[in-house]
Design a protein around this ligand. Structure first.
Ligand code: PHB
Length: 373
């Protein structure tokens, strides 16, 4: 196929942002911020800069507040030092001609008192322990169980919204091109959305509309800061990671999609599997249909896509753009590899989380491989 006709290399407009290709980099937790303070550093800037040929980079999940932190070594966007650190990242990506959104994150119950301000319990819509979910609290803690959280009081909802608003403001100061609200993978907003984790009986729980209330308040606050064209939302309707389930994902996420359409955001990114590529039973087409019916903006598909599956789904009108995770970890020049149909470097999952340059900035590009051959 000539590149001219390759669906992956058709440009796409995301609001004012002109994307040169449809090969996006997924948000990927890599747990390599500088300590103390969870501050992005020069090594992080190099890693993102190496991947600047992506149509758009979505940053790793970044906590909007100390309360929103769930794992050791993930970066934040709530201190001036963190803002300065992220400026290195956005500057490096822009210098290389790329574009980058920040993913705004509050983990809710997926945390641990040892990671929380004053050793408090993590917060959630309801005091339900995520059975089997784990986190790590320090370099030598290993994976630890997550305890029962405490249910947020109604009066605290505006504070949650303000945490996101401040995160959005800080991301702007740090030089990002836009933001993605993380409402997926069992973190705070997903915990509100899904029936399995939200047993509230007030206006923030029960009906679908009530479960969507806080997530929509957050999206509105972020739009206030950025304008609707520069805001996206990530969802994982059929995700089971972090002990999640919903009794009717098509209805729940179809309704969310309609509301997000009314708010006019730029895109929805949909994790189309249970987690990390597990789509053994196919993609959840009924849920995808419901989201596509409700949302007329850009639809970004995610979930262990190959280049050819991405081409096919774009051709068929099932998605507009595709985010690639693990292939982008191992192939900084992923778009060029897809362009040439070149072989891909394998990823090393032992270096996904934490550590140094190894398994982070030392994956070779095609050009580097040719030179060393
Ligand atoms: C993780 O650290 O395992 C993690 C973080 C954010 C996600 C998914 C997984 O969305």
């Amino acid at each position: 196929m000539s590149n001219q006709n390759d669906p992956l290399f058709q440009p796409h407009h995301l609001g004012e942002l002109a994307l040169p290709n449809r090969i996006l980099m997924s948000p990927l937790t890599r747990s390599r911020s500088s300590q103390p303070g969870d501050i992005p550093n020069d090594m992080n800037a190099r890693y993102y800069q190496q991947r600047a040929s992506a149509g758009l980079i979505l940053s790793e999940a970044t906590q909007v507040s100390p309360q929103g932190k769930g794992y050791a070594f993930t970066p934040g966007i709530h201190s001036q030092e963190q803002i300065e650190g992220w400026k290195k990242v956005t500057g490096a990506v822009h210098m290389a001609g790329g574009r980058i959104h920040m993913q705004l994150w509050h983990v809710g119950r997926i945390s641990h008192p040892d990671l929380q301000p004053n050793g408090e319990k993590p917060v959630a819509p309801s005091a339900i322990k995520p059975e089997g979910a784990k986190t790590f609290i320090s370099a030598d803690s290993g994976m630890v169980d997550i305890p029962e959280p405490r249910a947020l009081e109604i009066a605290e909802m505006t504070d949650i919204v303000e945490q996101y608003r401040q995160g959005a403001l800080n991301a702007k100061e740090a030089g990002f091109d836009g933001v993605e609200v993380h409402a997926a993978n069992g973190y705070l907003l997903d915990q509100f959305i899904k029936s399995g984790s939200n047993h509230r009986t007030d206006e923030y729980g029960g009906s679908v509309e009530n479960r969507l209330r806080l997530p929509l308040m957050v999206v509105e606050a972020v739009i206030d800061v950025w304008g609707k064209d520069k805001v996206g939302v990530r969802v994982s309707p059929t995700g089971s990671f972090n002990a999640m389930d919903d009794d009717n994902p098509a209805e729940t996420f179809g309704t969310f999609a309609r509301h997000l359409n009314d708010l006019g955001i730029a895109y929805i990114e949909v994790v189309e599997d249970s987690f990390q590529g597990n789509h053994a039973n196919g993609r959840p087409e009924e849920v995808i249909d419901a989201i596509r019916a409700g949302f007329k903006g850009t639809y970004i598909a995610n979930g262990a896509y190959t280049a050819d599956e991405a081409r096919k789904r774009i051709d068929e009108g099932r998605c507009d753009l595709v985010t690639f995770g693990r292939p982008f970890i191992a192939n900084p020049d992923l778009p060029e590899r897809f362009r040439q149909n070149a072989p891909l470097n394998d990823w090393d999952d032992s270096t996904f989380y934490g550590g140094d340059e190894h398994g982070y900035t030392d994956y070779p590009t095609l050009i580097e491989l040719e030179k060393s051959a």
